[in-house]
Ligand binder design. Structure first.
Ligand SMILES: Cc1cc2nc3c(=O)[nH]c(=O)nc-3n(C[C@H](O)[C@H](O)[C@H](O)COP(=O)(O)O)c2cc1C
Length: 167
């Protein structure tokens, strides 16, 4: 397979991987930064940790490198307006004009998110266009009845509305 063919097949494959949508946020020099991300994964329970993959060209990348802490806000279907705002508006503060953002340990936390996972930056690793940031959990909150905002085939869906299907 040629490189173009591999990339095309990879894009198609990933397009059909349903992914939970996160707002990854941090604070630096009194300013708030954040981007929408799906490349987020839990890493281990011991220590409780997770990883986020952030494009080095994004506005979050530099402040995240300086920051000591960041928050992984797991978006629910009720946070669709926040997702739209993060994609629509310019970088920095404007992204926080929609949503019930509160400050916790210098980091913006979305109070109505499905879950809020506040992390201390523990390690980073650069690969290609992205940096993998590893965070150790220092605080976490979860809303039991939330429905995750899910990205699938280039659009947002509510996976709890998927019809039952027999295998
Ligand atoms: C559904 C969705 C998932 C995304 N996932 C990631 C991701 O995991 N990592 C990343 O760096 N950018 C991701 N992006 C792109 C960022 O949200 C952002 O648009 C891009 O990094 C440019 O950011 P900037 O405008 O702050 O420079 C995603 C965008 C969308 C719409």
């Amino acid at each position: 397979m040629g490189q173009d063919e591999i990339l095309g097949a990879f894009r198609s494959a990933m397009r059909h991987v349903a992914a939970t949508v996160y707002a990854v946020t941090t604070g630096h020099d009194g300013e708030r930064f954040g981007i929408l991300a799906t490349a987020v994964s839990s890493l281990s329970f011991d220590p409780p940790s997770l990883l986020v993959c952030i494009n080095r060209a994004s506005t979050l990348h530099e402040p995240l490198g300086f920051a000591d802490r960041f928050c992984v806000n797991v978006l629910g279907v009720g946070n669709r307006d926040v997702a739209d705002c993060f994609m629509r508006v310019g970088a920095g503060e404007e992204r926080f004009s929609v949503g019930d953002w509160v400050e916790e340990q210098g980091v913006p936390v979305l109070a109505s998110a499905q879950s809020s996972l506040l992390c201390k930056l523990a390690h980073r690793h650069t690969f290609g266009t992205h940096t993998i940031f590893i965070g150790e959990l220092i605080a976490a909150r979860h809303r039991e009845n939330a429905k995750p905002l899910t990205y699938y085939d280039g659009r947002y869906i509510d996976i709890t509305e998927a019809p039952d299907q027999q295998p």
